[in-house]
Write a protein that binds this ligand. Sequence first.
Ligand code: ADP
Ligand code: MG
Length: 285
Amino acid sequence: MAAIIKVDNLTHIYQAGTVMQSYAIKDISFEIEEGSFVGLIGHTGSGKSTLIQHLNGLIKPSSGTVFFKGEDIFAESYSLKQLRSRVGLVFQYPEYQLFEEDVIRDVMYGPKNMGFSDEEAREKAIEALKLAGMNEVFYERSPFELSGGQKRRAAIAGVLSMEPEVLILDEPTAGLDPKGRDEILDTIDKLHREKGITIVLVSHSMDDIAKYADKLLVLDKGELKYNDVPKAVFREYKELEKIGLSAPQLTYLAADLIKQGVDIDPEIGTVEEAKNEILRLLKGE
Ligand code: ADP
Ligand code: MG
């Protein structure tokens, strides 16, 4: 599979040249394959938000660059405006992204900004709201009256209305209750499976990553510590703990059972995988 995004020796220094200068990300390189579901995890302050804001050109690197489909997005002639419709970014706090008087107008903003007529923008907005799982009763409401989960759906729809090829979400489940979290994650998973959108999900939860991601990037103090399939990273749980992270809960369960002599796959990470292993053991296979 071809890389849709390539990050090349990316470094970002905040307040460069002052006594306050600090490296938020240091010399990071990786590729994102078209159609993949990438998890990005790291302790608070490890540089996740800084990194992803480079992917649609929202902030500029101190050195290094980003390629989208082989083109350097920070080259002078490159259209960042166009890029922002192709690489959609949903911020951690959707409040920052919602500003119109009602939900539908908010979601129409992107397509209108791209030059679509009111009517076309409305069609695209409705399509996007449906994809984001937003109930019609909210279309005419103020985005500020919505619950946390609905606000996120509105923010996601606002990005989907531009029909992006890549959807980047910065901790979209932060602050939601378990039901709200599962619903948002299932919506994202559906966009990936049914629409083929490449997903970059910034998350705090290894359990969520284990369930959805096919690639995992781990940041530690601005450096890229791991870039691998999730299972390969989970195997390093002792190293993960040193940087304030952990493997999925079920990986620990498997490790405990193995210590007690149970012949279970050490690489289980999800409830589904645990179920299959338990059934296999019960059948004595
Ligand atoms: P994460 O999203 O993983 O929590 P961030 O990218 O927000 O990490 O932050 C990485 C580092 O950069 C932190 O040390 C943070 O304090 C610093 N930082 C983030 N944004 C700014 C900013 N606008 N100005 C100065 N420092 C910042
Ligand atoms: Mg962040």
